[in-house]
Design a protein. Structure first.
Length: 166
């Protein structure tokens, strides 16, 4: 394989990992926003239109602001708040600095391997945090009187609408 082909292959692999990590980060941001809407905003009985406005407003906030609001409100455990804050640094690295800090990565074996590992860790951490926030949100919703059957039906509906199941 030529050097040019090797770099093209590495670039393709790198872009897949960057994209996947970004998608996992976005899912964490959506989950954090959803948790805030459910737990901290007065949305019961406001109607669909007003509820959507509240949700859209919260979803437009940056992850740092969402994490800060969750931590300040005390609705998440301090260890989870600490993990989210630590993750925010990695998210910001990915979005703002990863490319600039990795010039020449396609030609350097060790640098390439290290970058893939870091990207995989970002994606894995985002998924783990998303799951934890999701579990906490589910427990809160159940404690508020929503049945697990209703939650499961909504999860299935969303899964189908996203094309994950048929």
């Amino acid at each position: 394989m030529s050097s040019r082909q090797k770099k093209a292959q590495r670039l393709s692999m790198l872009m897949q990992r960057v994209g996947f990590a970004l998608w996992q980060v976005q899912e964490l941001e959506n989950t954090a926003a959803g948790y805030i809407v459910v737990r901290l905003r007065e949305t019961r009985g406001v109607g669909i239109d007003q509820g959507m406005k509240i949700s859209t407003n919260v979803e437009g906030q940056m992850l740092g602001r969402l994490i800060g609001e969750l931590a300040k409100a005390g609705v998440i455990a301090s260890d989870l708040a600490s993990r989210l804050t630590a993750f925010l640094k990695e998210r910001n690295w990915l979005v703002h600095h990863s490319r600039r800090e990795n010039r020449g990565v396609l030609s350097d074996d060790a640098m390439f391997a290290g970058l893939l590992t870091r990207l995989d860790t970002v994606a894995e951490d985002a998924l783990a945090l998303t799951k934890e926030l999701g579990r906490e949100m589910e427990e809160y919703v159940v404690s508020s009187g929503v049945s697990r059957d209703s939650i499961d039906r909504e999860a299935e509906r969303l899964s189908q609408s996203w094309g994950l199941t048929e």
